[in-house]
Design a protein around this ligand. Structure first.
Ligand code: ATP
Length: 604
C-alpha cells in the first residue's frame, strides 16, 4: 500500500473505538495498532496531524470557529437559512428549536443534521486527500470558497467521517486520551522533542522507531519552545508550604499575552503560547528589541501588555491587538505596547534554561536594557522601577515569610492585577512543565453556576454586515430600591456575542422604537449610572428601562474588578446565553446580590 491509499475511514474507526474504550491503556493500544499496521513505514505526520490537530502548525488557521463553521455548512449543504436544520447548526449551543442531547457540542449537532442529508456509505476518501482539502480550506479567504470545499468533503464522506473532519477543523477531538499519552505511545521522546521545537512534523520525521531513543535536544533560537506554566494554588499558605525551604520570588501576574521573543540578528519572532508567530507586534516592538536587547541571539520569555502613558497604568486585558494595529498604522496614542521580560532562555550561542532562576535573572539584567513603558524587566525589588501604578511599591519581591507573600498578594489585588506567581529561585526553566515550580495565586473567581440576568441599557452599532445597526449592548444591573421597582441601573458590561443573526435582528427590531441616539452634547439618561469611560458611551440609549429586555449572560468564570463600568465588578469574555423575553425588566439582577455572589464564590 502506498501513502496515497490509506483511507480516512480507518482513522475514524480508530477514533470511534477510542471513544468506547474505558481506559487510556486501551486507547493507546489502538493507536499503536493503527501506527504499526495501517501506517507502518509511512509519513506518520500526515496521520498524526489529524490526531493532534491543535499542535499542527504546518497549515495556517482555518478562520472557522463554530459559528462561522455553522454558516459555511449551511451554505455547503445548500439549505435555507430558515430551515430547522440551519437553525440547529447556528444555534448549536442550544441544539435548535428542540434542544437535543447533543446541544453544546457543535460536531455532534452537525452530525445529527448530516445524518439526514448525507449518504451513509463512505466515499473512500484517503488521508492524503483530506490533508490536501484541509490545506485548501486554510488557504482560501472567502466564505464561498470555504463552503465549496466543505461541500466537496460532504460528498466524499459519510456523517461519521464528516463529524471527525469538523472536530479536526475545530482542533479538538475529545477522545478522552491526553496529548501526553498520545505522544508517549508514539515515541518515548516525542513529548520532549515537541516541547523544545513545537514542530510536530519534525517529531514525526525524526522519531519513526520507538525502540531508537533520541538524544535529548536543547532549545534553539527561531523554534518556539513550549512555555513553562504555573500550577494553581488556592491560598498563600498552601503556596508557601509547597515551596518550603526554597528561596522564593513573588511576582505580579500580569494579564496580557504570554510571548516568547526570539531574536536572531535582525530577525525577530513573537511566539504565543500556541506557537503562532504574532508578526503584528513587530511594528510596535521590533525597533526597541533591536536596540535594547544587547545579545545578538537570544530568547526572552515574558508578557506583552499595553501601557497607558496618560493613566500611568497597564490597560485592561484585551487591548493588545488594537494597539498593535494602531502602531502598524502609525497612529498617535497614549497607549503603547510594553513587553515585560521575566525570564531569559537563551543568550549568545547557548541555552540557559538549565541555570537557576537567580542566575537567569542576573543574565537578564545584563542582556536587556529597559526602556520605560516599552521594554521592562521583572526582577525582585528592581526593574519596572519607573512605571508603578499608585499603591504598588514594586512588581516583584523576594518572599522571606508567608506574611511577605500575603501582603504582596493583597497589594496586587487592590491594584486590580491578576494575582501573583511564586517561583523557586533555584529552579531551572522547564519546557511545558506545570509541576509546581511556579505557583499562581489569583483572586476574583466566581463559580456562579447561574447565568447573570442584566438589563439592556444601550446599544453600539456594528461594523461589516452589521454596519449601521445595533450589534452590541451595554447592560446594567439594578440598584436596589426599598419601594417597588428599581429606579436606576448601573452599567455592568458590554456584550455582543452569543446570538444568531436572526436572534439579534429580532431583538433589535423589538428595541428600535426605544433607541435614543446618543448625540452631541452627550447626556446620560438620569436612570442610568455610568463612569466617565468612553467604553460606556453607547451609540444609542434605551429610552426607558421598562421598555427594555433582560439578557442572560455567561462569561469566563472570572469576574474582573471594574474601572470601566459603574458596577464594582464586570465580566471577562461575556456572552449572551439567552434573551429573556419571558422575564420582566424589573427582575434584573441587582448590584448588591451580584457583589454577594462574587464574594461568596471567592470564599470571603
Ligand atoms: P491563566 O488563565 O491563569 O493565565 P494560563 O493557563 O493561561 O492561566 P498558567 O501557566 O496557568 O497560564 O499561568 C501562567 C501565565 O501567567 C503565563 O502563561 C503568563 O501568561 C502569565 N504571567 C503573567 N505574569 C507572569 C509572571 N510574572 N511570571 C510567569 N507568568 C506570568
Amino acid at each position: 500500500m502506498t501513502e496515497e491509499t490509506v483511507r480516512f475511514g480507518l482513522l475514524c474507526s480508530m477514533f470511534e473505538a477510542m471513544l468506547r474504550d474505558r481506559t487510556a491503556a486501551k486507547k493507546r493500544k489502538r493507536l499503536r495498532t493503527f501506527l504499526d499496521v495501517a501506517y507502518t513505514g509511512r509519513e506518520y505526520f500526515s496521520a498524526v496531524r489529524l490526531i493532534l490537530p491543535g499542535l499542527d502548525r504546518e497549515r495556517g488557521t482555518y478562520g472557522l470557529k463554530e459559528s462561522a463553521l455553522a454558516n459555511a455548512l449551511v451554505d455547503a449543504l445548500g439549505i435555507s437559512k430558515d430551515s430547522d436544520d440551519a437553525r440547529k447548526l447556528v444555534n448549536w449551543r442550544k441544539g435548535g428549536a428542540r434542544a437535543g442531547a447533543n446541544a453544546g457540542n457543535f460536531s455532534l449537532v452537525a452530525a445529527e443534521v448530516l445524518q439526514r442529508r448525507q449518504g451513509m456509505a463512505s466515499g473512500g476518501m484517503t488521508i492524503k486527500e483530506l490533508n490536501d482539502a484541509l490545506d485548501r480550506l486554510a488557504s482560501c479567504e472567502n466564505r464561498g470558497d470555504k463552503a465549496a470545499i466543505l461541500s466537496d468533503l460532504i460528498k466524499k464522506t459519510n456523517p461519521v467521517e464528516m463529524k471527525w473532519i469538523l472536530m479536526i477543523i475545530l482542533k479538538e477531538l475529545k477522545l478522552g486520551i491526553s496529548e501526553k499519552s498520545i505522544f508517549h505511545e508514539f515515541h518515548p521522546d516525542a513529548e520532549d522533542l515537541f516541547n523544545v521545537t513545537c514542530d510536530l512534523k519534525l517529531v514525526c520525521d525524526k522519531l519513526k522507531d520507538p525502540s531508537q531513543r533520541h538524544k535529548r535536544q536543547d532549545i534553539d533560537v527561531g523554534k518556539a519552545v513550549r512555555p513553562q506554566l504555573a500550577m494553581r494554588v488556592s491560598n498563600a499558605s498552601t503556596a508557601w508550604k509547597k515551596l518550603h525551604g526554597k528561596n522564593v520570588v513573588v511576582e505580579c501576574k500580569f494579564d496580557g499575552d504570554r510571548i516568547q521573543i526570539h531574536k536572531n540578528g535582525g530577525e525577530i519572532h513573537f511566539f504565543s503560547r500556541n506557537f503562532l508567530d504574532h508578526t503584528e507586534y513587530s511594528h510596535g516592538m521590533s525597533g526597541v528589541i533591536l536596540q535594547n536587547v544587547l545579545a545578538d541571539r537570544c530568547i526572552l520569555d515574558g508578557e506583552m501588555l499595553v501601557w497607558d502613558t496618560a493613566a500611568q497604568r497597564f490597560a485592561e486585558f484585551g487591548s493588545n491587538q488594537e494597539i498593535a494595529k494602531a502602531a502598524r498604522e502609525g497612529l498617535e496614542s497614549d497607549r503603547q505596547l510594553c513587553y515585560i521580560v521575566f525570564d531569559i532562555l537563551y543568550a549568545g550561542d547557548t541555552s540557559v534554561i538549565h541555570q537557576s532562576l537567580t542566575e537567569r535573572q542576573a543574565l537578564l539584567q545584563k542582556v536587556v536594557k529597559p526602556l520605560k513603558g516599552r521594554l521592562e524587566i521583572l526582577v525582585p525589588n528592581g526593574g519596572l522601577n519607573d512605571i508603578r501604578s499608585a499603591g504598588v511599591p514594586c512588581w516583584s519581591i523576594i518572599g522571606h515569610t508567608l506574611d511577605d507573600v500575603e501582603k504582596f498578594f493583597k497589594q496586587t489585588v487592590e491594584n486590580r492585577d491578576e494575582g501573583v506567581v511564586l517561583k523557586d529561585l533555584g529552579s531551572k526553566w522547564e519546557p511545558g512543565d506545570r509541576s509546581g515550580k511556579w505557583l499562581k495565586l489569583k483572586p476574583d473567581y466566581i463559580h456562579a453556576g447561574a447565568d447573570l440576568d442584566a438589563l439592556i441599557i444601550g446599544g453600539y452599532f456594528g461594523s461589516g454586515r452589521h454596519g449601521g445597526e445595533v450589534a452590541q449592548f451595554l447592560v446594567g444591573l439594578a440598584e436596589r430600591s426599598d419601594s417597588g421597582y428599581p429606579k436606576r441601573f448601573v452599567s455592568f458590561c458590554r456584550v455582543g456575542t452569543g446570538l444568531s443573526d436572526e436572534e439579534l435582528d429580532a431583538l433589535v427590531s423589538k428595541l428600535k422604537p426605544y433607541f435614543r441616539k446618543n448625540e452631541y452634547p452627550k447626556k446620560v439618561p438620569h436612570f442610568y449610572e455610568v463612569t466617565n469611560s468612553s467604553k460606556e458611551r453607547p451609540d444609542v440609549w434605551i429610552d426607558s428601562p421598562d421598555k427594555s429586555v433582560i439578557l442572560s449572560i455567561t462569561s469566563d468564570i472570572r469576574t474582573i474588578k471594574s474601572e470601566v463600568f459603574a458596577a464594582p465588578y464586570s465580566l471577562r469574555f461575556p456572552r449572551i446565553q439567552r434573551v429573556r423575553y419571558d422575564k420582566p425588566w424589573h427582575e434584573c439582577l441587582d448590584v448588591q446580590s451580584f457583589v454577594d455572589l462574587v464574594n461568596t464564590s471567592n470564599g470571603n
